[in-house]
Design a protein around this ligand. Sequence first.
Ligand SMILES: [Ca+2]
Length: 327
Amino acid sequence: MNAILIDTDVGTDVDDALALALAACWAAVDLRAVTTVTTNPRLRARLARKLMLLAGRPDVAVAAGCGPTLLRTKPGLSLGHEGQGILENSEDGQDFHPEHAVDLIVDTLRNSPTKPTLVCMGPLTNVALAIIKEPFIVERLERVILVGGCLSAERMGGGEFDIPEQVAHMLEHNLNSDGEAAQVVWEAGLPLLLVPTDLTYRLWFDEAEVALIGSGSSPLRQALHAACEIWLPIFRGLTGGIGLPETFARAYLHDPFAVALAGNPALAQTRPAQVMLQSLDGQLRTREIAGGPPNMEIVTALDAPMAKDLILRCLTGTCDAADEGMG
Ligand SMILES: [Ca+2]
């Protein structure tokens, strides 16, 4: 089984919560630790901890990490709804791990008998700081799955939406939110696997699928459903503000896909590539250099129906079993 660590900005977009539930409940991955990053990291740690408890996984250590970016050059994204639908009172999730996220990442890697996979679902501040603090961790990772980057605006629209180049890069959150941290991660010599967001924007739960998650009585499913319902109108407002149609605002599965891929590599086609970071118009952009010496693997295609089926089946089946103490 694949040992995994997750670094997440759970709480803003709902996809991190779905991904954490998947990782906690799915037998194909062995979730060892969860660390949180970006503005309000302690609130995000409470959320992750609560999700682990709802999933019947009190054994998974959850630690809070960096709020500000590595060089404190940018405010993080926090919209005010974080925690709603999942945290019920001020005590909920407070018993997360006392160590800082960076130390939990380092200690988990130092003590792991096998090389785990690190799944990065948020800005890369914690990961960059962990590398700076303890460079040995680079050798202790089997793979680092990065959710982020945009390699094709056209592919992001999928023939359904006409997304201008600048808007496509605006929709890329993780690398853009802490460019200096991304640069550290880029240059560290890690075994990176990039899951570009222009591909994961082609994977989402429709309204019926969101409703299906809420149709179960388990507290975990109820919490996930509530978080989806809270997020979607907020996302509609955000994407409307940058000129995208209402229909674009869906429950996208960026982060759940990364977990699914950690447990089942057959969900994607990958190849080596050279991907560089470039600053343009205040944005951090990812660009593949054709023919350049590879610095990572990139996902070039994903099996959306198979991935969605796996994620949905786990969230509506195995998660129930976990709630009942059978997981
Ligand atoms: Ca995320």
